[in-house]
Design a protein around this ligand. Sequence first.
Ligand code: UTP
Length: 297
Amino acid sequence: MKTKVTKAIFPVAGLGTRFLPATKSVPKEIMTLVDRPLIQYAIDEARAAGIKEFIFVTSRGKGALEDYFDHAPDLEASLRKSGKTDLLETLKETNMDSGAIAYIRQHKALGLGHAVWCARRLIANEPFAVILPDDVIAAEKPCLQQMVEAYEETGGSMVAAMEVAPDKASSYGVLDVAQDKGNTVSVRGMVEKPAPGTAPSNLAVIGRYILSPKVLNNFNKIEKGAGGELQLTDAIAEEINQGRDVHGFRFSGQRFDCGSKAGFLQATVAFALARPELRDELHDYMTQMVSMQNAAQ
Ligand code: UTP
């Protein structure tokens, strides 16, 4: 019987340089799409997939992120006093069960692979999920839940994948596909940030993973890869060298790269337009802006 996936790692120790100066004091993961921080979307997705233990790999300056998951007694008392029960209800989303959340420190931003490896002692010998909160996925069924269901059939390790234009492949980890089975593909290799024109396919890895705990041992076997960092992609690819299964999973939904300014803005517009109380006003404003822009050209 396969072990259920109940642990997830959230690597949040990056410097977020693309959002400087904001990220000088505000963790990127606390930046909001409409009124909810990126991390809330990631936590909701993990909960929907059955995750019970939430492991954050953090760093200096991420205190606001840790506070976000605490109770706020003064605020809660004030809302209760003024009868704002709907807002009290909203705050409940941010509360975690006692002991469900753990913080591990990455002492230096040595890359995503290193951040995941930092959590190895909390993972022990179970399969685990990894969620990058700056990849936000709008989907009818949350992406990680789709993956957990597929993983129950495949086992091994699984990475979320999406088709990208050939000229964009060099920004991603790219799958070398052995067999395409529709939603899942079996993988015979993975390349992190392939040189332009050398990508083995147009299926790029994005920030959702379900990994065998053996991937964590692979960090002892691999060399530093693209960008001089220990790459998560290389540690997963090592599974294939060891004869174990790795699958790509084509998820249903729209992924926004909220680690980039353009992606963050697109997500803001998309999530705002999905809110009934904002949709009409925003739609009218955008229509007006577009006609003004067109008239000015
Ligand atoms: P990014 O590649 O987006 O890097 O990391 P970054 O530092 O967050 O942002 P930029 O590129 O400087 O603007 C992808 C994910 O991996 C985490 C980040 O927090 C983000 O969730 N990460 C990255 C770490 O936890 N540690 C690292 O050393 C690097």
